[in-house]
Design a protein around this ligand. Structure first.
Ligand SMILES: *[C@@H]1O[C@H](CO)[C@@H](O)[C@H](O)[C@H]1NC(C)=O
Ligand SMILES: *[C@@H]1O[C@H](CO)[C@@H](O)[C@H](O)[C@H]1NC(C)=O
Ligand SMILES: *[C@@H]1O[C@H](CO)[C@@H](O)[C@H](O)[C@H]1NC(C)=O
Length: 313
């Protein structure tokens, strides 16, 4: 903005200078001034040139550096691109790794589950082992029980054996009782039947055979004693005869006859074979020496003898 001068102080008009220029003085002054300016400018240039040059150099070097930077930046850009590619690759790799890591993790999870199961099973097994141990501990006890059981078994077998014997005895008793009920007497393992009707010696033997027996033999003193006592002094035919032989006595039930041993059973003076017809023997008197020989056709009571034989079932 132009400052407004007060109206009273108006400056002299400048049109007066221009006409001056047209004068030679004016031209000289003008040249002088021009020269001064020229010199000053040269001096100034001389003074400032090196500095200016320095500045220019600086700017140049700055420009150079800038260029370098730009280069570097563009390099960096391509580098970045490469890096970016690399990062992408790395990410893909990482995803793969992560995937396999996930697989590994799930595998580990699976393994952990399996391990837990295994542990549970191990616990069960351990418990079972405990049971086995308990059983093991019980084995000696069981062995003792077994020993007792086998001892008991032996006893049972013994008892069974006894029972069988008892059964045998009972059977014997019942057999004997049955025979006794039918009128037989039992002595020393044989049954004896004392008849009630007199018969000839042959008929008597026939009757005995029909009863699965024979007229009695006598092979010991106790038997002889039993027979004469049971006969009670009444004559009974016995199984001793000479019938059909060359005069030798024999027992009709096939018991071997011992002539010497039997001497003590004859009535003294007997057998006398009276009338050459006494071929059969009877118990005649109440004594150990009670045998007498008689005619086989005489009818006497008679004694059958049947050996007792346990029927095997
Ligand atoms: C450009 O980069 C190189 C190495 O990458 C470095 O040595 C140099 O100083 C950098 N230039 C500039 C101007 O930053
Ligand atoms: C890896 O996988 C897990 C589960 O699938 C996911 O949560 C996580 O973000 C993934 N990490 C990377 C880096 O991909
Ligand atoms: C022996 O038997 C005969 C007949 O055979 C008889 O006469 C005799 O008296 C008997 N002897 C005795 C001791 O009974």
């Amino acid at each position: 903005m132009e400052r407004k001068e007060p109206a009273g102080v108006e400056p002299p008009p400048k049109q007066d200078l221009c006409p001056v220029l047209r004068t030679p003085l004016c031209i000289c002054v003008a040249f002088a001034c021009l020269a001064v300016v020229l010199v000053t400018s040269i001096v100034l240039q001389a003074v400032f040139y090196p500095r200016l040059m320095g500045k220019i150099l600086d700017v140049e070097s700055d420009a150079q550096m800038l260029k370098g930077h730009v280069n570097n930046i563009s390099t960096l850009g391509s580098d970045l691109k490469t890096e970016r590619g690399r990062v992408d690759d790395a990410e893909a790799q990482m995803r793969i790794v992560n995937a396999s890591l996930n697989r590994v993790r799930s595998h580990i999870l699976f393994l952990e589950t399996s391990m837990k199961l295994a542990q549970d099973q191990l616990q069960v097994l351990t418990m079972n082992w405990g049971k086995v141990d308990n059983l093991n501990a019980k084995i000696p006890e069981l062995q003792r029980d077994l020993d007792k059981a086998s001892a008991l078994n032996a006893k049972v077998r013994g008892l069974q054996y006894s029972l069988e014997n008892v059964n045998k005895l009972l059977k014997e008793q019942s057999d004997i009782l049955e025979m006794v009920a039918q009128g037989w007497k039992y002595f020393g393992g044989n049954f004896y039947y004392f008849s009630h009707n007199p018969k000839t010696w042959y008929s008597a033997e026939q009757f005995c055979v029909s009863q699965e027996a024979h007229l009695t033999s006598v092979s010991s003193e106790p038997e002889q004693e039993f027979l004469y006592k049971a006969a009670g002094g009444i004559p009974y035919w016995i199984g001793l005869t000479k019938a059909g032989s060359e005069g030798d006595w024999y027992w009709v039930d096939q018991t071997p006859f011992n002539k010497e041993q039997s001497r003590r059973f004859w009535i003294p003076g007997e057998p006398n074979n009276a009338g050459n017809n006494e071929h059969c023997t009877n118990i005649r008197v109440y004594a150990l020496k009670c045998w007498n020989d008689s005619s086989c056709d005489n009818k006497f009571l008679f004694i059958c003898k049947r050996p007792y034989m346990q029927t095997i079932e």
